[in-house]
Write a protein that binds this ligand. Structure first.
Ligand SMILES: Nc1nc2c(c(=O)[nH]1)N[C@H]1C(S)=C(S)[C@@H](COP(=O)(O)O)O[C@H]1N2
Ligand SMILES: [Mo]
Length: 316
């Protein structure tokens, strides 16, 4: 099996030192230690004992940035996951109630091979890759995260989308017992997001199953979440239970809540302000000074062509 739940590892087996050594081995296996990443904050892991289990057979994926990684502690304790409360610190404290196995992913809509998959069978045909991506939240903070995942395009091709498939819609689990934040009507549950088919097929787009070489912490969207690094973070829907090929543009949970603030495209764009704040700069978690926000979050060379001829002020 490719992925075992964290709960199968007795806590006695996980010590700070072992996790540190495993991390170093992982970096060496990926050839990353040689470029000095081992000296970055990843080696300092105060919360290592709480980390989920390491993932085996992770290859080094393309598109890696060499910017300093955001410390694991920030990535795993400063979260937006409204199903577990609206405070940044709440998901890390309460997402333990989410049961990530067994987990079924339904694939349906405009495709020739719709099916319900057990999460492990869903992932099995693919090689896990590490992708270090810059991430930018619409609220003005950013991180650099070493994701472990599989290219979404490879996944979607398996289901043979029909010629009517123009968009892909993703849905998060809805279960008020496991997700206590869904008892509040802060969003119209379940959380939904969508991509145009070409955005979904783009080689930068991945489905993540882990970060920092280990299984995704629940608060980061276990067992399966979307990662689209040139878009604001809310497009990266967590804890996915359904992937549907559709012919019409899906309405995401944030767009449904406030379409004047959260558009369908949500490409990172320093020239288009959020109605209530500027998007010109950002604060990288763990840093003091603000940085200028880059068009398409710095991925313009790879993705700008998909929006040629579109008015990106209108299609925000
Ligand atoms: N289901 C679900 N997915 C979600 C969210 C959410 O509240 N619910 N928040 C989004 C937002 S606004 C951001 S910035 C990212 C945060 O991901 P992270 O906590 O792993 O950094 O998750 C996105 N995916
Ligand atoms: Mo966000």
């Amino acid at each position: 099996m490719l992925i075992r739940p964290a709960t199968e590892i007795p806590s006695s087996e996980i010590t700070d030192e072992r996790v540190y050594v495993r991390r170093r081995e992982f970096l060496q296996a990926c050839g990353l230690a040689a470029v000095g990443l081992a000296a970055s904050p990843i080696a300092v892991n105060a919360q290592a004992a709480a980390r989920p289990r390491k993932l085996e057979n992770v290859a080094r994926g393309p598109f890696g940035t060499t910017e300093a990684l955001t410390p694991y502690e920030n990535v795993a304790t400063y979260n937006n996951f409204y199903e577990f409360g609206t405070d940044k610190s709440s998901p890390a404290m309460t997402a333990g109630s989410l049961k990530t196995r067994p987990w079924t992913v339904k694939v349906d809509g405009e495709c020739d091979r719709p099916a319900d998959y057990d999460i492990d069978d869903f992932i099995k045909p693919h090689t896990l890759e590490e992708r270090v991506y810059r991430m930018r939240c619409v609220e003005g903070w950013s991180m650099v995260i070493p994701w472990v995942g599989i290219p979404l395009g490879d996944v979607l091709k398996r289901f043979e989308p029909t010629s009517r498939a123009k968009f892909v819609e993703f849905t998060t689990l809805r279960d008020t017992r496991q997700m206590p934040g869904q008892r509040s009507s802060v969003l119209d549950w379940p959380y939904v997001e969508g991509l145009r088919l070409d955005e979904a097929m783009h080689p930068l787009t991945i489905l993540a199953v882990g970060l920092y070489g280990a299984v995704l912490p629940n608060q980061n969207g276990a067992p399966l979440r979307l990662v689209v690094p040139w878009k604001y973070g809310f497009k990266g829907i967590k804890s996915i239970v359904r992937i549907r090929f559709v012919d019409r543009q899906p309405v995401g949970a944030w767009e449904r809540q406030s379409s004047s603030e959260y558009g369908f495209y949500s490409n990172v764009n320093p020239q288009v302000d959020h109605p209530r704040w500027s998007q010109a700069s950002e604060r990288r978690l763990g840093e003091f000074f603000k940085r200028k926000t880059l068009m398409f979050n710095g991925y313009g060379d790879q993705v700008a062509g998909m929006y040629a001829g579109m008015d990106l002020r209108k299609n925000f």
